[in-house]
Write a protein that binds this ligand. Structure first.
Ligand SMILES: [Zn+2]
Length: 70
């Protein structure tokens, strides 16, 4: 179990995915919740992970399907 929470301000949902950043490749990877807290990334709830849009020039790689009924 974990009490990790979404990293978005004002959001208190439980974390459902971990986002990791690859600055060299300008890639943002959304994957399953990492077992260890990732220094290079952050956790998001299912809703925010789904809505996440990258900054200009960045690509998003989604490694998990996040259902809408969370
Ligand atoms: Zn959230």
């Amino acid at each position: 179990m974990s009490d990790r929470r979404c990293a978005k301000p004002l959001c208190s949902q439980a974390a459902a995915a971990t986002v990791t950043l690859d600055y060299e490749g300008s890639t943002l990877a959304i994957g399953p919740l990492a077992p260890d807290y990732a220094a290079e990334g952050y956790d998001l709830c299912a809703e925010h992970a789904r809505r996440l849009t990258p900054s200009h020039g960045w690509q998003v790689m989604r490694h998990v399907e996040l259902s809408d009924d969370a």
